[in-house]
Design a protein around this ligand. Sequence first.
Ligand code: ADP
Ligand code: SF4
Length: 695
Amino acid sequence: MARDPRYDILFEPVRIGPVTAKNRFYQVPHCNGMGYRDATSNAAMRHVKAEGGWGVVCTEQVEIHPSGDITPFIELRLWDGSDVPMLARISDAIHSQNALAGIQLAHNGMNAPNLTSREIPFGPGDLPVFSIFNDPVQARAMDKTDIRNLRRWHRNAALRGREAGYDIVYVYAGKLFGGAMFFLSRRYNQRNDEYGGSLENRARLLKELIEETRDAVGDTCAVACRISVDELLGPDGLHREEAHEVIAHLAEVPDLWDLTLSSWDNDSQTSRFADEAYQEPFVTGVKKLTTKPVVGVGRFTSPDTMVRQVRSGILDFVGAARPSIADPFLPKKVEEGRLEDIRECIGCNICVAGDHQTNPSRCTQNPSMGEEWRRGWHPERIRARTSDDTILVVGAGPAGLEATMMLARRGHEVTLAEGGDTLGGRVMRERHLPGLHAWARVSDYRIGQIATMPNVQIYRESRLDAEGVLGFGFNRVVVATGSTWRRDGVARAVLKPVPIAEGAEVLNPDDLISGMRPKARNVVIYDDDHYYMGGVLAELLVREGYGVTLATPAADASNWTHWTMEQHRIQARLLGLGVKIMPHRVLTDIGAGGVTLACTYTGTTVAVEGCTLLVTARLPTNELARALEARRDDWGAAGIASVAAIGDALAPGTVAAAVFGGRRYAEEFDVVRSPDEPLFKREVAGLTAEALPWS
Ligand code: ADP
Ligand code: SF4
């Protein structure tokens, strides 16, 4: 199909200093949890984005010196020349697909606890480092020698970046990562020398870094400045007016302005709290301050929004981190007029959690993220089938839909049987809960894809039992029947069912999702799940007029969402709505009119009135898988070669894990491999060739 001419503007080349991007699709720098540890995985991930049509593909932040070491996070390093080959592998991967390669140099300053290097961190003043674990580390105020050293290190890193093949070299002053941002900020910068005080003084270091980078590499490389346009702290923080003044002051100094909100949790807000293009009010007007191209983000997935931002003079480049993770082929799909094939980011920040937990980032929508090299997965392609096996997938949740779609792409005849009248499983059921609407994109995309595939048969309202499955005669059976929430309090803190009094009203999330509501006016939510469900149901019920107490053994509501950078927003919203949050409480028993909770430290108990909503563990819906297993002797006669449970039916987990399970089945069901073989490829650090005292 041809591209819609409305989108032509997105495919215009744009000049950035001495280089030219082939189009306006710009993958801004983003972390990925792979960094220097999984360098070839990292290169393969960037390669796929370049293949998918992004005109510019950038690295994550690249530490320029051990004194700005952001351990425990795993980003890239360019501390010295020995890191150049690793960085060159990434730029080669990007260039091989005709995209420009950008490198985001960073000295994290007060954001770097230096847990690896053990250097004393430094910044504008003597203050504790701003690190998410509140490390007991203080930074020292930089003197003039430190400033000179930093400038020289940055310049040398720029030269190494060019040597590694990069076309765009960043100076980073955003998101409270790039050290220069701490100098811009009045909160952190209370110096009274020429680097503090007036805006011009606070911007001096940034100006010097940009100028010196240009001086070093600007003849062949574009120099980009990534800057925060607001910290969302009002006048206390760097705010829009002030940031725009900085940009006006340095207007023509860099070759490109890359705009972010600060800190990262504001820049990458989840769909629960912000819609597409939410950064528009902060970036509008920047283009009037400079003639240089401007890139901004906003979880853009709609080409119409992208075109509007470009046409209305807000941005020159459509920046994307998460939408490029969810669909590395987004530009190609727009170019080829295949908008319905775009796999839209759902704004869940599971990718961010990966980086925070220092594992390779995974993506709910794109299960091949991080698996491009180590498992050889591709976001769009999968190898052709090696047999004529017909396949029955039971259950049309995220796991069943992904398995169906990918098996059908391999060329198999696939039948999908769903017990209910709608496809989509949990994401379709949960889409009506507060803030979870965008999660339905997981099923929307897959349902849209399989609807066009002639080799997929779909049966709704077909709840299957073992007898029914055996009667069909498919060669392979995939059981993707999901899970149910427990009703007995068992999860992490409580491992044996809690005593429940006769007549007590006890509900679980499945009840509320299916439309049931408590009879009592006060509800005690006991959350030992810690992900989104407890907080979401608290919001639902309090908005409907119930008195809601959320008790949890954790320190705060929806505790795991610290990793997705949402916890503070969730807690603020619940408190604002009048939810009473009781942390450090474990459920001991459920009475007819209320619950007893014990302090997790002292054991002191307290009684709270109300009915009980248990958000605890889930049980796999594995009756079908078990019943089929019990009838293994009948498989041969029925033509069945294998039965496998996937997704929540195997072990309840995240939607991302269910989608991954579906993909994995489609990739591996016909691979004969010993359980003792390696599961995937990995890189082992090269050992020093140095003679060691004991050798
Ligand atoms: P997952 O996240 O693992 O994909 P979900 O709970 O989202 O799991 O989806 C499971 C789907 O399986 C639900 O739509 C449910 O209706 C369906 N299902 C469960 N048991 C059966 C069955 N025996 N036959 C057909 N469909 C079933
Ligand atoms: Fe988007 Fe979620 Fe994928 Fe991140 S993990 S890119 S937020 S869909």
